[in-house]
Ligand binder design. Structure first.
Ligand code: FE2
Length: 238
């Protein structure tokens, strides 16, 4: 079941970016999916141990990535949110509204994407999509192999830092593969992200150095397709 994660999500763009689904169909989001609580963004724990994704993603990278990089986006999002709220109440510095809105787009999207990213992976992942998601992938991309080829190509070719994303495009009701530069640029508005791979260098450089394509190939072995399928089911319900 999906849960909204708070009022702040409404200003992050891409509609329901912050919503999360549970693969087991439970009523409550897992602790690892909760990115907003009591009026502020929070850093949720990983849904597994730091070394759970070895040998595909190494423990040191996971520790730095989650504890330092993701935590930084949470702090940045809260600061921006606080500044924007103060402008709304007349206490803030209105000439800087553009700056803080851009800060919220960057840090808030960074936070949302990392929450999604951690939950898209599992130690016994990989393989192929199942059920309705598998049918949708075949309908949109011809075959699962075709999707894999496209996802790896699009993710591997992001200019600079960003993400490869499989998303549910709400106007067509179909699936699309898109890029995000940084965390928030190149979004197709209204697209609900189902699966995302982080292709910022901080996500892979310790283990893979400049070989981003090898990292994206390895990522395919840790995808939690049950989780991605649950997000697809929720996206279709609107
Ligand atoms: Fe990252």
């Amino acid at each position: 079941m999906l849960k909204g994660l708070g009022a702040g999500a409404a200003v992050l763009g891409a509609g329901s970016m912050l919503r999360a689904g549970t693969a087991d169909g439970g009523d409550s989001p897992a602790e690892s999916e909760i990115g907003f609580r009591d009026g502020v963004y929070v850093l949720p724990p990983l849904p597994y141990a730091y070394d759970a994704l070895e040998p595909y993603i190494d423990e040191q990278t996971m520790r730095l990535h989650h504890d330092i990089h993701h935590a930084g986006y949470v702090r940045g999002a809260n600061r921006a949110l606080e500044k924007l709220r103060s402008i709304a109440t007349g206490d803030g510095d209105r000439p800087y509204s553009k700056h803080w809105a851009r800060e919220l787009a960057f840090h808030g999207s960074g936070h949302a994407m990392h929450v999604l990213f951690w939950n898209c992976m599992t130690h016994d992942g990989g393989g192929v999509a199942r059920g309705d998601l598998a049918k949708a992938i075949r309908l949109s991309f011809g075959s699962f192999e075709g999707f894999t080829e496209l996802f790896r190509a699009v993710s591997g070719s992001v200019e600079g830092s960003g993400w490869g994303i499989l998303g549910y495009e709400s106007l067509s009701g179909g699936l699309i593969v898109i890029q995000a530069e940084k965390h928030q640029d190149l979004t197709v508005q209204g697209t609900y992200p189902l699966l995302a791979v982080d292709v910022w260098e901080h996500a892979y450089y310790l283990k893979y150095q400049n070989k981003r394509a090898d990292y994206v190939k390895a990522f395919m072995n840790v995808i939690n397709w049950d989780y991605v399928g649950a997000r697809y089911a929720a996206a279709r319900m609107g």
